[in-house]
Design a protein around this ligand. Structure first.
Ligand code: UDP
Ligand code: MG
Length: 322
């Protein structure tokens, strides 16, 4: 009977990672060397302004299993991952950062769990000593808020994952524009297995996230996975109603006993509290409305400008049929 070697795609979102491309391929190759898998690298160049694209093309010209999906501008990591997954044709896919902070030595264990039946293998950060203190604190606060709002425990969650064909197919069928990969992989369910890893130092280059970028990602993550902030506004409304009722009774009492003029400070405080609650409520509604606006426009998540080696990749898969 004809048997086919199992195939696996390694999806790498890249934004200004020129110095990391070769090292990553080298390290992944080393760890896949003893395994019976045909591996294809799908590099998604997310509008890099350095020589990332050139480096990938150079590598692709000498190796059949290196593919390039070049986006027309920087769309962000979430879009780059979505583009990479859309171009997967193998039995499974590993999503990994280009900077080697996700250790490739975990790949054989991830594949092992896949072979045992996992649909999704989540690599979870244990210690984050190598990340700076601000980043660790911001992550801890975000995880607490996100877990509280969604009921999902996201401590240590990362984008370093192995997905089988079923999970890839389901994720590709989701048409949501504001995507939070970690949230979506949890939301789709299926059989997950967790493996732990320690965050490595960046191989070269610098992180692409600044405070504003992380804040935006947090807003996207929360709004696309929870409506609880809107419910909290309603609860706040009930509390302010109760507060207003008590204050109303006190004001009436003061009026009746002839102390009506002494309440001016209270008026200012009440106005400040109420206007803050109203502004927060409007802000939250606006945030959700803008997300709906993004969805109804129906624009694609990102635009692919060019491919490198994409046809050859299919030939490689054909050659695997024994
Ligand atoms: N990345 C991307 N587009 C972006 C930002 C980042 O494709 O707009 C890629 C980046 O090249 C890297 C991965 O996402 O492969 C993780 O980025 P980074 O290392 O900067 O994030 P950190 O590890 O600091 O969270
Ligand atoms: Mg990194």
């Amino acid at each position: 009977m004809e048997t086919r070697k199992r195939t696996i795609d390694v999806v790498i979102p890249c934004y200004n990672e020129e110095l990391n491309i070769l090292s990553l391929v080298d390290r992944v190759d080393t760890h896949l060397a003893g395994m019976e898998y045909l591996c294809t690298f799908i590099f998604v160049d997310d509008g890099s302004s350095d020589n990332t694209c050139l480096e990938i093309r150079k590598l692709a010209s000498s190796r059949d299993n290196i593919c390039l999906v070049k986006l027309s501008r920087n769309f962000g990591k979430e879009a780059a991952i979505a583009a990479g997954l859309k171009h997967c044709a193998s039995d499974g896919a590993i999503i990994i950062d280009a900077d080697l902070q996700h250790p490739p030595h975990l790949i054989p264990d991830m594949i092992g769990e896949w072979e045992k039946g996992a649909h999704i293998v989540d690599a979870v950060k244990t210690r984050r000593r190598k990340e700076n203190i601000f980043r660790r604190m911001a992550s801890a606060v975000f995880n607490k808020i996100f877990s509280g709002l969604t009921g999902i425990d996201f401590a240590g969650a990362s984008d370093f994952k192995l997905l089988d064909r079923k999970a890839i197919g389901i994720l590709n069928s989701i048409e949501e524009k504001t995507r939070f990969f970690r949230g979506l992989t949890h939301w789709i369910g299926l059989h997950h297995v967790t493996l732990e890893f320690e965050v490595e130092d960046r191989n070269a280059g610098t992180t692409k996230w600044n405070t504003l970028g992380l804040f935006r990602l947090s807003i996207d993550a929360v709004t696309s996975h929870s409506q609880r902030p809107l419910q909290i506004v309603s609860v706040l409304g009930v509390f302010t109603l109760m507060f207003s009722f008590l204050l109303g009774i006190q004001t009436l009492y003061n009026k009746l006993v002839g102390n009506a003029f002494s309440g001016f400070t209270t008026v200012i405080i009440v106005m400040l509290i109420l206007s803050s609650v109203i502004m927060i409520g409007i802000g939250l509604l606006g945030t959700y409305l803008s997300k709906i606006y993004d969805e109804v426009k129906g624009r694609p998540i990102c635009i692919v400008e060019d491919y490198g080696n994409y046809r050859k990749r299919d030939a490689t898969i054909e050659a695997a049929v024994e």
